[in-house]
Each structure stands twice: as structure tokens, then as C-alpha cells.
Design a protein. Structure first.
Length: 390
């Protein structure tokens, strides 16, 4: 039985934000317990050097690599990942890592029910390569292995940032998306049953996404107490614990007030009176919702804080309608973040102001969305060839 996790929060940050960080920390520590003790210094290095979610991803990649050494090579006699010795890693060569990365492109896991084939694209492989590189550079720095083998890792080709197609909604497609959530346009009869109960919530979610370019985690963690309607502003907590205050425009304020005053208050009341469903492990029970999610802005129909999966599904549904592509080809919330960036730049806003709104760490990330603006300028001057006109 999983032990209950609680936080004693004395900071000015919301309990749900602190709890989310604590959950990631717990998961990371659980993975560390499966890894060799001589890597404790490396664990400390990760904790102080990378973001919590990146740390968890690095640890997961490392655990998978060590499991591979046990199951697929003769480099160690260990049976469990935590039993691998320092000398075992000292025997690993660059070619062994390159073979591992090739193995990760497509591998099969068999169990009593059958087999599952896993595949990784170059982006995923590059992440695994990075995780192993960080490990072996640390081991060499601390003299735990005799030499730095990372120079021998094969490169993994990734498209240049400027060559990637930016998937986003055009302005007319944003209008179609909002029409679908406002009026039920394009929804099936079955979808309209749920739409009647969540349309104000879903509309507020979509408007916040396309207006502010929020990340899915930033939107999900919003609380009622995040908003100051007297000042027309709200607080969000970004990566690396950064806090930002954003202004509310008229569209966002009206959408939020409509949802809070009607749907949310009704959902909270109904969920408080509803019996807990012991079979529903995906959502909090009504009692847990009241105890832990009472301040949550966006609620599921059961009264708990909406999940990231539910947010992705509703965004995919309404963007699919806007694109005319069906539900399966709808966009993710991150594509709405791209929509915000591109639309703001096309309207002539400063790229530095857009960087500030979206909290991009590097201006080059924001510059990717300026390509559309540059293309528009090219179209403007295309027919202005004065020498040819004479």
C-alpha cells in the first residue's frame, strides 16, 4: 500500500505547487534507491544542476541503461541494477554506449501476455545519449572511471531549430475552435452531453492557452486564489520556481468569471454531495477533492483538480474540429503555446516582449516563431521590383 505524502508548507507558494514538487522528488528518490550506492555523489550533482523533471528523466534513462547492461551484455555479473559495481562501469566503452543507443531505436519486451515493441525517434535517443554523457563525464571528473569515453559517442542527427515546421493554429482557426467550444459546433451527440456540463470550463482553458501561451502544468496548477479580479491580474509558477504576474484582458476575465460563477460552483457543490466511487482510481474521491483541491480553479466533473490528460484530450478535440482533421489529428496544448507566440509576433509585437510573456529562457527560442513574420515581409516586397517594371 502506497504511503500518504503530505507537505508542511510555510512558503507563500500554493500547496498544490509545493505538493507537485514533492511528488517529483519522491519519484526521483525511489529511482535512486534502485541504483548503486557509489552514484550518490552523482545524485547530488543532478539535484543541484538540473530541473526536477529533468533529474527524474535522467535517472530513468540511467536505470534503463544499467538494466540493459545486465540483460543484454556480459559487462556485469549483477542481477539487479543497484548491485552493479564501479568496476563494471569502468569497463564500459564508447562502442558499448553506441550499441545501446542503436538497441533503443526498436526493442521488444516480452511478458506472459505477449510482447510489446518500443521505438524511439532521434529526439528521444538524443535525450538518452545526453543522460549517459552526463553520467560518464561526472564519473571521469571524480576519478571513478579511468577515462572520458563520451567523445566516442556517435552523434545523433536532429533537425536544426530553424528547419522545423512550426505547427500552430491560424487566427481563423482559433475562431473556429472557440466557436466549437462556445456553441457545440462539430460535436457529436454523445460529446454534446458532456459539453453541456463543461463548455464554460473548456472555453476558459482554451482562451488562457491562446492568450498567454501557458504551459499545461502552469494552467493545471492555477487556483482560485491565483486571481485578483480587482487588479485584473493572476499569478503563475513557472519552471525553476519562477513566479510571474500576468494581466487579465477582457476576454479572459469574462470567460473565467462565467466559468467560476456558474459551472465551477455547481461542480464543486455536486461533487461534495456525491458518494465516492471506489473503482475510480484516476480521479480523487469527493472527500479528497474537498480536502486537497478546494482551491483548484479547473475541476473535473468529479470535483477534483483536472488532470493533464483531460486537458490534452479537450484541446485535441477542439483543435481537431478547427483544423477539420478529426480528433486524432488535433493539436497538443504546446501547439497553442506556439499559436500565441506566432500570433503576437505577426501583430508586430517586440520579440523581447513575447519572450517575457512566454518565459522563454533563451531569445533564440522566441525567434523560431518570427519566421512567419519574415515570410510576410518577403511577400510584401515580392512585386516591388522597380528595375523590372521599367
Amino acid at each position: 500500500m502506497a504511503r500518504e505524502l503530505r507537505v508542511h508548507n510555510k512558503s507563500d507558494r500554493p500547496d498544490n505547487v509545493v505538493m507537485k514538487e514533492a511528488v517529483v522528488e519522491e519519484k526521483s528518490e525511489a529511482v535512486e534507491r534502485e541504483l548503486p550506492n557509489f552514484l550518490r555523489g552523482f545524485f547530488l550533482y543532478l539535484r543541484s544542476s538540473v530541473l526536477p523533471m529533468s533529474r527524474l528523466a535522467y535517472l530513468g534513462d540511467l536505470r534503463f541503461f544499467l538494466r540493459y547492461l545486465i540483460d543484454e551484455t556480459d559487462l556485469t555479473d549483477a542481477k539487479e541494477t543497484k548491485d552493479i559495481k564501479q568496476a563494471d562501469l569502468a569497463r564500459v566503452k564508447a562502442v558499448d554506449v553506441n550499441i545501446f543507443l542503436d538497441y533503443c531505436r526498436r526493442y521488444k519486451v516480452e511478458n506472459e501476455k505477449g510482447a510489446i515493441v518500443y521505438t524511439n525517434d532521434n529526439k528521444s535517443l538524443a535525450r538518452k545519449r545526453s543522460s549517459i554523457s552526463v553520467l560518464f563525464k561526472y564519473l571521469y571528473r571524480d576519478e571513478l572511471v579511468p577515462k572520458n569515453i563520451t567523445d566516442g559517442f556517435d552523434p545523433i542527427r536532429l533537425p536544426k531549430p530553424g528547419d522545423r515546421e512550426i505547427k500552430r493554429l491560424e487566427d481563423d482557426e482559433v475562431v473556429l475552435m472557440l466557436d466549437a467550444v462556445t456553441n457545440g459546433t462539430g460535436l457529436s451527440d454523445r460529446e454534446k452531453v458532456f459539453w453541456q456540463r463543461t463548455r464554460l470550463r473548456d472555453r476558459a482553458i482554451l482562451i488562457l492557452f491562446v492568450t498567454y501561451g501557458l504551459r499545461i502544468s502552469e494552467l493545471r496548477e492555477l487556483n482560485l486564489s491565483s486571481f485578483n479580479f480587482g487588479r485584473d491580474e493572476f499569478r503563475i509558477f513557472r519552471k525553476r520556481g519562477k513566479e510571474a504576474t500576468l494581466p487579465l484582458n477582457n476576454t479572459a476575465r469574462k470567460a473565467l468569471r462565467a466559468y467560476i460563477d456558474a459551472e465551477r460552483s455547481q461542480t464543486a457543490t455536486l461533487s461534495a454531495d456525491a458518494p465516492a466511487d471506489a473503482d475510480d482510481v484516476r480521479q480523487p474521491t469527493a472527500a479528497n477533492a474537498r480536502a486537497g483541491d478546494g482551491d483548484a480553479l479547473f475541476l473535473s466533473l468529479r470535483g477534483g483538480r483536472i488532470t493533464e490528460r483531460q486537458i490534452r484530450e479537450l484541446v485535441k478535440k477542439y483543435t481537431g474540429i478547427a483544423l477539420g482533421s478529426g480528433r486524432g489529428a488535433g493539436y497538443s496544448p504546446h501547439k497553442l503555446r506556439a499559436t500565441t507566440a506566432s500570433s503576437l509576433i505577426e501583430r508586430g509585437n517586440s520579440i523581447f516582449d513575447v519572450q517575457e510573456l512566454l518565459s522563454h529562457d533563451n531569445i533564440t527560442t522566441t525567434q523560431l516563431y518570427a519566421a512567419h513574420r519574415r515570410n510576410a515581409k518577403r511577400e510584401l516586397v515580392k512585386d516591388m521590383e522597380w528595375d523590372e517594371a521599367r
